[in-house]
Design a protein around this ligand. Structure first.
Ligand code: 0O2
Length: 247
């Protein structure tokens, strides 16, 4: 069966709904009519975000399957946990303003890559690259962009491997390609990023304090990268010792 790749016309539909709502606002309508109208208005937006939820489910399953398969090979599970989220409306709006993106669902779909975000957290750096390779080898995954902030950390010390991908979701009568951002990082990188994220939103702290804390965080990032490298080295030695017990 052939699945057409459709692009629903959200914008014209939304504009028509907005016009209807303005018309209704000027006449007296019952509460039930108003709720019906709201539900109709929300439908294209709900449908839009449902596609991203489906993409998250597809990608999470792929990583869970890989995690199981690694353990079948007699290795310990490489994934500590997976966290997923749909970008909040506030965060979408901030990005729209910062990057001058058209204020429409089409604009969001074409220019915001991380509406669907999946974070895969591992203990060891080598597992990150192995998982990423296995995931990207799958023939239904299209890599759109790869940002390796482990090899090339951000100036503030941020480290993670980011993959922007397109994944197909299969609906009743169509197949859609949906974009998602996969972030792969170690436990240490995740711990650091959560704390740094909190600092980013502390707008009420004096600049001097913010600078001192940013400097501390940068030192912590570098130190924890050294720990990640050391832990990897120890794990490799354990694996070598298990593979060749007699030296
Ligand atoms: P939130 O709250 O997680 O949604 P692009 O996405 O390519 O258009 P951008 O935003 O420059 O452009 O991409 P980048 O730098 O790859 O960052 C995407 C996401 O990575 C961010 O999403 C964060 O989740 C995370 N990230 C990137 N840099 C940092 C950092 O310095 N510190 C922390 N803690 N996280 C970072 P959002 O939209 O910024 O935020």
């Amino acid at each position: 069966m052939d699945y057409p790749m459709s692009q629903p016309q959200f914008n014209s539909q939304n504009m028509e709904i907005m016009r209807q709502m303005q018309d209704f606002a000027e006449i007296d309508i019952t509460e039930t009519e108003f709720i019906d109208l709201l539900e109709v208005s929300m439908m294209p937006i709900q449908q839009f975000f449902t596609y991203y939820k489906c993409a998250i489910m597809e990608i999470e399953t792929k990583f869970k399957v890989l995690n199981e398969q690694f353990s079948l090979n007699g290795e310990s599970n490489p994934i500590e946990f997976i966290q997923s989220r749909i970008k909040s409306y506030g965060s979408i709006l901030r990005k729209i303003s910062a990057k001058d993106i058209p204020r429409s669902l089409d604009g969001i779909e074409s220019q915001i890559n991380d509406v669907a975000g999946i974070r895969v957290v591992c203990s060891f750096v080598q597992d990150i690259y192995r998982l990423a390779d296995c995931f990207l080898q799958q023939d239904d995954i299209t890599l759109l962009e790869r940002k390796d902030y482990i090899q090339n950390p951000k100036p503030n010390g941020y480290r993670s491997l980011h993959l922007i991908v397109a994944v197909p979701i299969f609906l009743e009568n169509e197949k859609r390609l949906v974009k998602a951002e996969v972030q792969l990082r170690t436990l240490a990188m995740d711990f650091w990023a959560s704390l740094e994220h909190k600092l980013r939103y502390k707008k009420n702290l004096p600049d001097e304090t913010l600078n001192v804390l940013a400097g501390d965080l940068k030192r912590c990032a570098d130190e924890s990268a050294r720990w990640d490298a050391k832990m990897q080295e120890i794990r490799n030695q354990i694996q070598d010792a298990e593979a060749f017990p007699n030296g």
